[in-house]
Design a protein around this ligand. Structure first.
Ligand code: ADP
Ligand code: MG
Length: 264
């Protein structure tokens, strides 16, 4: 286990459109660990994920996010991704004409390429050769038990919710991040999405990857075996524990956490 956690979130406060959503979030994730971030709808889980990747709508008003010892707050989303942070992006629109394979190769080349210099120019980059990419793609698809035909389909064109999740997992497998945040989202996918995300996460987990699975779904232990479980309520992590905490949530829901917070 590494000495310093790769990801450190310190007393983070975040506002969206002038309204404070995250109210002092503290969290540490190391490579090799699997965390589950749970909590009722509207508690701020997705806000945290979006803030981590630098979504412009989310304003950090105080606190810090350190990745490998450096604050990421001044970094653009692509810089964070190149450094090794990954968030499963939501693709709101289909991209007819762009295959999954093409999209992934572009994403991979972007991750491998150096950042633009002071003058704004991107240094020369070669990118991954097509043949090498294809080999890697097929290897990862086999690992994730995905059908080869998936790679030739147009990105998100007629994809089901579950297929969008599969595309994200495949992207993660290729980009090899050090810390990955998988937001399962709460929009109509629920159990199917969680199952797909979990299968991917389990296939990719290992000493070089720290993972945080975000879900409001209580029976998460049926799918993954997190080392740490955190419960977010009203913009803060109020309780953290081991897998036993997930069992407690499964049996008792979230209300007891709220009651405990109120009685402090
Ligand atoms: P969770 O993922 O835990 O369900 P969210 O982070 O999505 O919670 O939402 C927390 C709160 O922040 C909600 O009150 C939600 O309405 C608000 N919020 C989140 N993102 C936005 C946004 N882009 N615009 C406006 N309000 C937002
Ligand atoms: Mg959410």
């Amino acid at each position: 286990m590494s000495q310093t956690p790769e990801l450190i979130v310190k007393d983070l406060r975040v506002s969206v459109e002038g309204k404070e959503i995250l109210k002092g979030l503290n969290l540490e994730v190391r490579k090799g660990e699997m965390h589950a971030l749970m909590g009722p709808n509207g508690s701020g889980k997705s806000t945290f994920a979006n803030t981590l990747m630098g979504h412009p709508k989310y304003e950090v008003t105080s606190g810090d996010i350190l990745f490998k010892g450096e604050s990421v707050l001044e970094q653009e989303t692509d810089e964070r991704a190149r450094a090794g942070l990954f968030m499963a992006f939501q693709y709101p629109v289909a991209i007819p004409g762009v295959s999954v394979a093409n999209f992934l190769r572009t994403a991979m080349n972007a991750r491998l390429s150096p950042a633009a210099g002071e003058d704004g120019k991107v240094p020369h980059r070669k990118g991954i050769p097509p043949r090498e990419f294809r080999k890697l793609l097929l290897e990862k698809m086999a690992l994730l038990k995905m059908d080869e035909s998936f790679a030739t389909r147009y990105l998100n064109d007629g994809f089901s919710g579950g297929e969008k999740k599969r595309a994200e997992i495949l992207q993660m497998a290729l980009l090899k991040p050090e810390i990955a945040i998988m937001d399962e989202t709460d929009s109509g996918l629920d159990i199917d999405a969680l199952r797909i995300v979990s299968e991917g996460v389990n296939a990719l987990a290992g000493p070089e990857l720290g993972i945080m699975v975000i879900t409001h779904y209580n029976r998460i232990l049926n799918y993954i075996k997190p080392d740490r479980v955190h419960v977010m309520v009203d913009g803060r992590i109020e309780v953290s524990g081991g897998p036993e905490l997930a069992l407690q949530l499964e049996a008792r829901g979230y209300d007891w956490v709220r009651e405990e917070v109120a009685s402090r």
